[in-house]
Write a protein that binds this ligand. Sequence first.
Ligand SMILES: [Zn+2]
Length: 256
Amino acid sequence: MTWHASPELLRKYVDGDPGLTADRVWAVEVHLESCADCRALLAAEATAVVPLVNDVWDALVPDTEPAPLRGVRWVTTWATPAMVPWLVMTTVVTLLALVVDRLVAPPYPSLALLLAPVAPVAGVAAAWARGLDPAHELVAATPRAGLYLVLRRTVAVLAVVIPLLAVTTWASPVRWLLPCLAFTVTTLALGGFVGVRRAAVGLVTAWAAFVVGPSLVTATSPPVLEPAALGIWAAVLVAGAAVVRLRATVYARLES
Ligand SMILES: [Zn+2]
């Protein structure tokens, strides 16, 4: 006949009864390993620990949620949540410019075209702005921080802004694509010296003061957006890219 642990013995084992000698505890544990009936009996006796196990489990649950989906992880390696409000703002401004363009008569320069060159600048600034990104400290400490990350996020901004501009500006991309890229690269290049955010604010202000303002006042299309100026924009783009490449290390410790 097989030996089984009595309910009383199991109760003492569960309660940690000091009257239970070490060899009895050992015998009970060895038997429990091989006897499902006594394990079931033990589970019934051990109801006192159930609330404790539940409390521990509840505390662990937030840490055991499933990992983010692949698609979400892909997005987070290319963008940061801090970029979303800036991309929304850029979209709204571009669409408003489109509405204005539909309302004013043709001799007036297209507002969407005037704003197109600086459209990605705000998003680029947001992509590496310390104050805007809650995870900045974490990201800046990763081995892939710096230029590589800035470029990836810049590509993410352009991937949204360029199709948007292609839809909203009636003008051929020839007129705005090169200025757009030149402004983006110049923002990064200047950002290496004064911080990306400050560079963005400076460039947008200068563009508004010296190009957008005068064009709206005189109701003429600015010469810098004429096809003849494309050579200058190409030169700015190449020079900006060269500066970014030469000063690559500065982006690892870049402030906003
Ligand atoms: Zn048993």
